[in-house]
Ligand binder design. Structure first.
Ligand code: ZN
Length: 317
């Protein structure tokens, strides 16, 4: 009987979540702090240590065999460091070493947050049973990760599958990453909203200019809102098709706030895929909404830790 647990940390720009997770992906103990993202690196680390302190104080801690971390990126799993864009106090920050010290020298596995969500969708969600999958988070930014040959493929530094910064518009707008025409620059929530506003869409009396408000307007038939989602869908489709052509994925899972827009996004996305995914071996590619909820980052970090300790794929745990 599998009684081991792993500790999981989900580190983002707004919250630091921690949990003890069993071999079925069930959360047994949880802890959380707000991320003091604008403070110095040591203050941020103290919040992580407080979360870990609650976990190590649990009577279940003795069964924990490893720690998995899914962190906002970029991460460097080789060096054990993180440099989250939204946490300026952490640049090449030695997170793995610090977490290992706070966790009684347990082994620590570090992956990017997009890779963690992919691990969760593959283990428990929409990509379960698929040996070759791309999972994406489309929200403030666009991230993602890959499952290849039945295994999570984090890549050497833990960032593989970062589809948000594939260029799909060669001479397109500059992206904060330094490139041009990235998927994120066209398909993220803020860019969907910006494009709708530029096109003349105006928010309702509540003044809500979020992508969710644009989605509501698109559902009501506003042509500018519809067009903004169609453009986002086109960029996502081009990125998904490129990925499928390169490594033969058979499913793309789309989550995040924009992924919740429903058919306003998925109908034009499926249509655009027929324009870009044209070769015989990519024509059967399915695109579906994510199934995991707000615990996806924790469950995925746990999957990565279990994979490391068991030496098997998370799906086989
Ligand atoms: Zn970019």
């Amino acid at each position: 009987m599998h009684t081991d647990l792993v500790a999981a940390l989900d580190i983002g720009g707004t919250k630091i979540a921690g949990a003890l997770v069993d071999g079925h992906g069930r959360i047994q103990v949880r802890a959380q702090r707000a991320t003091p993202a604008r403070q110095d690196g040591e203050t941020v680390m103290r919040a992580v240590e407080e979360v870990l302190g609650e976990l190590t104080a649990s009577p279940l801690w003795g069964r924990a065999t490893a720690v998995g971390i899914g962190s906002a990126g970029p991460v460097d799993a080789c060096a054990g460091t993180v440099s989250p864009v939204n946490v300026p106090g952490w640049r090449d920050y030695p997170l793995v070493r610090r977490v290992r010290a706070a966790a009684g020298e347990l082994p620590v596995e570090l992956i990017g947050d997009g890779v963690a969500i992919t691990a969760a969708e593959h283990w428990q969600g929409a990509a379960r049973g698929h040996d070759n999958a791309l999972c994406m988070v489309v929200s403030t930014g666009v991230g993602g990760g890959l499952v290849l040959n039945g295994r999570l493929h984090p890549g050497p530094t833990g960032n593989a599958g970062h589809i948000g910064h594939i260029s799909v518009d060669l001479d397109g707008d500059p992206c904060p990453c330094g490139a041009r025409g990235c998927v994120e620059r066209i398909a993220s929530g803020p860019n969907i909203a910006r494009r709708a506003l530029d096109g003349g869409w105006r928010p309702g009396p509540d003044g809500d200019t979020s992508a969710a408000a644009v989605a509501a307007a698109a559902r009501a038939g506003d042509p500018v809102a519809v067009a903004s989602f169609e453009r986002a869908a086109q960029a996502l489709a081009a990125g998904i098709a490129a990925t499928a052509t390169l490594v033969e994925i058979d499913i793309a899972v789309v989550g995040g706030g924009v992924g919740k827009a429903g058919e306003v996004l998925f109908a034009p996305l499926r249509k655009a895929l027929t324009d870009y995914a044209t070769l015989s071996f990519v024509q059967r590619l399915a695109v579906v909404p994510a199934q995991m909820g707000t615990d996806a980052g924790l469950v995925g970090a746990a999957a990565a830790a279990l994979t490391r300790t068991a030496g098997v794929t998370a799906a086989g745990v």
